[in-house]
Design a protein around this ligand. Structure first.
Ligand SMILES: [Zn+2]
Length: 424
C-alpha cells in the first residue's frame, strides 16, 4: 500500500534545542511494508505470530529512494487528522520522537492509508495489500512534476500521459493543430503555453481548467476567440492572455467579461475593432495591439487605466469632421424602454425577453452623459491622447504621435452640441 504526498519529518527535540523545522515538505512515497527479518529466518525466528511480521512504514524521497523505516506496532502516540479532508495529517511516533507531517495528499487515499497505519499500530493484520520492499523508482516521483517545458516535436509525449500534478505546461514548436485533450485533464494547471504551433480553434473545455491564470497562444492559426470561453470559469482565473500573431479579426463583446485580465497581447492579428466594452477590463494594466487594422478605438477605451499601451502600426483614420446622425424623433417604444432598462439597471436575460433584445441591450452605446442608446444616436469621432489612459505609451506611428481617434456616441442632439462646446 502506497501514498503519494509531501512529507516533513520533524523531531520533537528540535524546539528544546532552540531549532525550528523548515515548514516545508518534500515529495515522498510512503509505503506500508511487511518488515523483513534482519537475519535469515532460523528455526526460532519464525515463531513471531506464525511467521508474520508486523507492518512498518517506509518513507522514500527522490534523494533517498530506498527509504527510511519506521516501526508502527504500538509505536504511535497520536494521529492529528483535523485537516484530513484537505489532504493533511500528522502521525506522532513514540520512538523515535518524531512527527510525520503529511500534506498535499489525495484526501481519500490519505484516509485509507491512515486507517491501515492504525491497524499496523494495533498489531492487527493490514487488510490492504502491503508493498514489497523495493526502492521506489524515479518515475514514481515524476508524477509529482509541476512544470514541464517541451520545445520540439520529438520530445512531445505521444504514448505517455502528462503528469497529473502539472501546474505549468509549455509545448511550443510541436506542430500541434489542435489542443491536446490530455492537457484539459490537468486540473492544477495555472500556466499553459501553446505558442508557436498551428492551432486553429480552441476547445470550449479550456474553460474547465479552473486555475488557469496564464494562457499563451502566440503564433498560431486562430481565427476567433469564442464566446463560450469568455463565459467560462476563465472569467475568475485568467490574468494573462497572449493571442498575438494569429488571424483574429474581432473579439466578441463578451470578451470584456474576462474581468481578471491584467496582461493582454493582441499584436499582429487582423483586428478591425476592439471590443467596445473594453473599459470594463478594470484590472488591465498591459495592453498591446500593435500591427492590426484598427481604424479607431471604442469610446469606453477612455475608462482604462494602464501602465503600458502599444497600438503601433494600426490603420487609424483621421477623425471625421461631420458626425453620423441616426436620431429617431420621437423615440420608438423599443428605444425608450431599452434606455429605461439600462439607465435603471433593471436585470434582464433571455429567460425574460427575446434573445435578440438581450443582444441589443448588451451592445448599447454609452453617451457622454452616462445614458444609453440602442439605435437612436449621433456618432462622432474625436481624438484622444493615449497618455490619458496609460503611463507608458508606444508611439502609434513613425511620426511620433501618441494620439488616436475614438468613436463617441451621443444620445441626443443636446448632448452632441454640449460636447462640441466643451471641445472648443
Ligand atoms: Zn447623452
Amino acid at each position: 500500500m502506497k501514498l503519494h504526498c509531501e512529507v516533513e519529518v520533524v523531531s520533537r527535540h528540535l524546539p528544546a534545542l532552540g531549532l525550528r523545522n523548515r515548514g516545508k515538505g518534500v515529495r515522498a512515497v510512503l509505503s506500508l511494508c511487511q518488515q523483513a527479518p534482519r537475519t535469515p529466518p532460523g528455526p526460532r525466528a519464525g515463531g513471531e505470530r506464525g511467521g508474520r511480521h508486523p507492518a512498518c512504514l517506509f518513507i522514500s524521497t527522490l534523494k533517498d529512494k530506498r527509504g527510511t523505516r519506521y516501526e508502527l506496532k504500538e509505536n504511535i502516540e497520536q494521529f492529528f487528522t483535523k485537516f484530513v479532508d484537505e489532504g493533511k495529517a500528522t502521525v506522532r511516533l513514540k520512538e523515535p520522537p518524531m512527527d510525520i507531517c503529511l500534506s498535499k495528499a489525495n484526501s481519500s487515499s490519505l484516509k485509507s492509508f491512515l486507517s491501515a497505519v492504525r491497524l499496523a499500530h494495533r498489531g492487527c493484520d493490514v487488510e490492504a495489500p502491503l508493498s514489497t520492499l523495493t526502492p521506489v523508482k524515479t518515475s514514481e516521483f515524476e508524477k509529482f512534476k509541476t512544470k514541464m517545458v517541451i520545445t520540439s516535436k520529438k520530445d512531445y509525449p505521444l504514448s505517455k500521459n502528462f503528469p497529473y500534478s502539472l501546474e505549468h505546461l509549455q509545448t511550443s514548436y510541436c506542430g500541434l493543430v489542435r489542443v491536446d485533450m490530455r492537457m484539459l485533464c490537468l486540473k492544477n494547471l495555472r500556466k499553459l503555453d501553446l505558442s508557436h504551433n498551428h492551432i486553429k480553434k480552441l476547445p470550449a473545455t479550456i474553460g474547465d481548467l479552473i486555475h488557469l491564470q496564464e494562457l499563451n497562444l502566440n503564433d498560431n492559426h486562430l481565427e476567433s476567440f469564442s464566446v463560450a470561453l469568455c463565459q467560462s470559469t476563465l472569467q475568475k482565473s485568467l490574468q494573462s492572455l497572449d493571442i498575438s500573431k494569429n488571424k483574429i479579426k474581432a473579439l466578441p463583446v463578451q470578451f470584456c467579461q474576462l474581468r481578471e485580465l491584467i496582461y493582454l497581447k493582441l499584436d499582429d492579428n487582423e483586428l478591425i475593432r476592439l471590443p467596445f466594452k473594453m473599459g470594463q477590463l478594470r484590472n488591465l494594466r498591459f495592453l498591446s495591439a500593435a500591427r492590426n487594422k484598427l481604424p479607431f478605438l471604442p469610446s469606453e477605451f477612455k475608462n482604462l487605466s494602464l501602465e503600458y499601451l502599444d497600438l503601433f502600426g494600426n490603420t487609424f483614420e483621421q477623425p471625421k469632421v461631420l458626425p453620423v446622425i441616426h436620431l429617431q424623433m420621437p423615440l420608438t417604444l423599443l428605444e425608450s424602454s431599452a434606455r429605461t432598462i439600462l439607465y435603471n439597471r433593471i436585470p434582464y436575460g433571455s429567460h425574460i425577453i427575446p434573445f435578440h433584445l438581450c443582444q441589443d441591450l448588451d451592445t448599447a452605446k454609452t453617451c457622454v452623459c452616462g445614458r444609453y442608446s440602442i439605435s437612436s444616436f449621433i456618432q462622432g469621432t474625436t481624438t484622444m491622447n493615449l497618455h490619458s489612459v496609460a503611463h507608458t505609451v508606444v508611439l502609434v506611428d513613425n511620426m511620433g504621435g501618441t494620439e488616436a481617434p475614438v468613436i463617441s456616441y451621443f444620445c441626443s442632439l443636446a448632448c452632441y452640441v454640449n460636447s462640441c462646446d466643451m471641445l472648443k
